[in-house]
Design a protein around this ligand. Structure first.
Ligand code: SAH
Length: 341
């Protein structure tokens, strides 16, 4: 049996007509699927019971579920999602002022093995289907209403996995979430974060990608970066800079650079100078990220190193934000998402 969310609008219409149903039911059903985001046929209350029954008999309805929820003392909430095959991924809701940001996963596990990231220790298990990415949004949006009396205002593709290594599903999930006939979130409120998959960045440029793009650079010394982020071997700095310049040229967007501050590794003034040089070919905004403890055993930069680093960048007129982590007490912060198999 096919999954109801994996057939085309035309296939659904054909099914309805063959079963003596009216054509307008297709729109009705699609609205339940992609606007309200229900998880079962029973919830489609304006669809007659007999038709719901027929749908039930002819289609499966694979839907993610919340298997666990933990809330941090700072309001951040982490969710464990159970997928139809028993695999699990995590997502996080981060309330701040008028905003509620949802951090969502794009893969089960991750192939990239960045030395400081807990998700990397899982290895790559599988890509998420676009319905599974969409479900994380819908389920967390319902939770956001309950927890904070508010809908999700922003999404970051910064959960488990590398979004540009699951390009088509990630793009389809963004299309659905931003669709006016769906939740209708503005693309400008979405950020896709990548470790720097160069052909993926070029593809975003060619596809006229509307959301923001963030690069997890973390180190602007190519050799040093290669040692802790082995992906650098296959996507070197020259290619990366070229791809980012191309993205800027095509979309007009400023690139967000994420930079994790690790003690005595990437936090000297010389490192800041390298970062400045790396960013010369395109306009950027820099987010300095505080390191969150994982079992990898690295140490976060002391405040005075962070200050020197920021002072240098600001002396070069760069836009720098310092990001303090949320949800650390529940292991929901960046780099802490991991499932033991
Ligand atoms: N694969 C994509 C999406 C994941 S985003 C990417 O790397 O951009 C998760 C972010 O958290 C990345 O910037 C990652 O490098 C960062 N991160 C990993 N481990 C971390 C840690 N221990 N503390 C803080 N940030 C970490």
């Amino acid at each position: 049996m096919n999954d109801i969310r994996q057939i085309s609008a035309q296939e659904l219409t054909d099914f309805l007509l063959q079963n003596g149903e009216k054509k307008f039911r297709q729109k009705q059903i699609e609205e339940w699927l992609w606007k309200k985001g229900v998880g079962s046929f029973d919830e489609m209350t304006n669809v007659p019971a007999a038709l719901r029954q027929k749908l039930q008999e002819n289609f499966t309805f694979l839907h993610a579920e919340i298997a666990m929820k933990v809330q941090s003392s700072d309001g951040t909430a982490k969710f464990l999602f159970a997928l139809h095959d028993g695999k699990q991924v995590e997502g996080v809701l981060i309330p701040s002022g008028q905003r509620v940001t949802a951090c969502i996963s794009s893969q089960v596990g991750c192939a990239l093995k960045c030395a400081f990231c807990a998700t990397g220790t899982m290895g790559f298990i599988r890509n998420l289907h676009f319905t599974e990415i969409f479900d994380q949004f819908i389920l967390m949006n319902n939770q956001a209403e309950k927890l904070y009396n508010q809908n999700i205002t922003n999404i970051v593709y910064m959960g488990m996995g590398e979004p540009l290594m699951n390009y088509d599903n990630v793009m389809e999930s963004i299309r659905l979430i931003t669709s006016p006939s769906g939740p209708g979130l503005s693309p400008s409120r979405i950020t896709l974060s990548t470790v720097g998959i160069t052909h993926g960045i070029k593809r975003l440029a060619d596809d006229g990608f509307k959301p923001d793009v963030a690069l997890s650079l973390h180190c602007a010394d190519e050799l040093k970066r290669t040692l802790r982020m082995p992906v650098t071997k296959h996507h070197n700095f020259a290619q990366l800079q070229e791809a980012l310049a191309y993205l800027h040229e095509k979309t007009g967007k400023r690139i967000t650079i994420e930079y994790l501050m690790l003690k005595d590794w990437n936090d000297s003034v010389e490192d800041a100078r390298k970062l400045f040089r790396f960013c010369l070919p395109f306009p950027v905004k820099i987010n300095l990220i505080e390191y969150n403890a994982t079992e990898s055993g690295y140490e976060k930069s002391p405040e005075e190193n962070v200050k020197r680093f920021v002072d240098f960048l600001e002396s070069k007129n760069m836009v720098v934000n310092i990001r303090h982590s949320r949800g650390k007490d529940i292991d929901a912060a960046c780099g802490q998402l991991v499932r033991k198999k």
